[in-house]
Write a protein that binds this ligand. Structure first.
Ligand SMILES: C[S@@+](CC[C@H](N)C(=O)[O-])C[C@H]1O[C@@H](n2cnc3c(N)ncnc32)[C@H](O)[C@@H]1O
Length: 263
């Protein structure tokens, strides 16, 4: 029984945990809380645990002294794992208050301390802080402006490591793109290995928040273009990157560096 003391001072019973999980709505993260699965019927299986097991080795085992920002933290599966690796501080942000409530409960039952804030990736400048490790997992394709999100992460919050994951569709990447192409070059656009982003006008997989789905080459090109070097790809959808100190003239205009709500 892992339940931390509730107000009465007694830990929650398994039945109480089951009821709280039910009260917190539909879970995307399957986690075992006090022995109870939060999403036992997940369409992807035991998600995200099976994904995590494929790339956990690629992230430092010991995060002592480091700070972590988990963007689109959902119910906090990865935030909790980062805290278990000894991170000094873990901040989880998500736009969805329902998921944040799940994360609050999951952290409580797991006995870990995570700072949770309702904030969009497009507002990361408001954090006014850089983090040693930034997780940006499973969010890019939910955004209408995905490259802007990567630019903002680089500009405002990434100090060193970026752990990035995206749904990918289309062929695996081919050779690196050339520095330039003549105007007469059109064949590359027929090449399914050339960086491509698929725009979903309506819905994909029953989810109208899936907007842009890159192929592998496109995800890699976007990361590089936003100022991240790709150090490792421990599984097909996961990229371990490092923020580079670059000044890119081509970056988009985006919200001011500081809070919008002060002088
Ligand atoms: C597919 S889930 C991924 C959750 C988790 N990062 C993972 O990899 O398992 C996408 C999450 O991104 C959140 N999200 C969507 N748009 C967002 C935005 N603009 N800023 C921050 N989070 C966002 C959703 O609420 C959801 O929790």
């Amino acid at each position: 029984m892992n339940g931390r003391a509730q107000e009465s001072g007694l830990p929650l019973s398994t039945q109480q945990i089951r009821e709280r999980i039910g009260d917190l709505g539909r879970w995307f993260h399957n986690m075992k809380l006090g022995g109870v699965d939060t999403a036992p019927d997940h369409f992807l299986g035991d998600y995200p645990r099976f994904k995590w097991e494929r790339f956990a080795h690629a992230i430092p085992q010991d995060l002592t002294g480091r700070t972590v920002l988990d963007i689109g933290c959902n119910a906090g599966f990865y935030s909790i794992e980062m805290k278990r690796r000894g991170a000094d501080r873990v901040v989880g942000i998500d736009t969805n208050e329902g998921y944040l409530a799940q994360a609050r409960f999951a952290a409580e039952i797991s006995g870990v301390d995570i700072e949770l804030r309702q904030l969009s990736v497009f507002e990361v400048g408001r954090l006014e802080e850089r983090f040693d490790v930034v997780l940006f997992m499973g969010v890019l394709y939910h955004l209408r402006h995905p490259l802007l999100a990567l630019d903002l992460i680089h500009e405002h919050v990434a100090r060193d490591l970026l752990v990035f994951q995206s749904m990918l569709r289309g062929q695996a990447a081919g050779p690196a793109p050339a520095d330039d192409y003549p105007f007469s070059e059109t064949a590359i656009f027929e090449d399914p290995k050339f960086p491509r982003m698929h725009f979903i006008e309506n819905s994909y997989a029953g989810d109208p928040t899936n907007w842009w789905i890159p192929n592998e080459a496109c995800a890699m090109a976007m990361l590089r273009s936003a100022g991240f070097s790709i150090e490792d790809q421990p599984e097909p959808e996961v990229f371990i990157c490092r923020a580079q100190e670059v000044v890119l003239e081509s970056q988009a205009a985006y919200p001011a560096r500081r809070r919008y709500d002060r002088d």
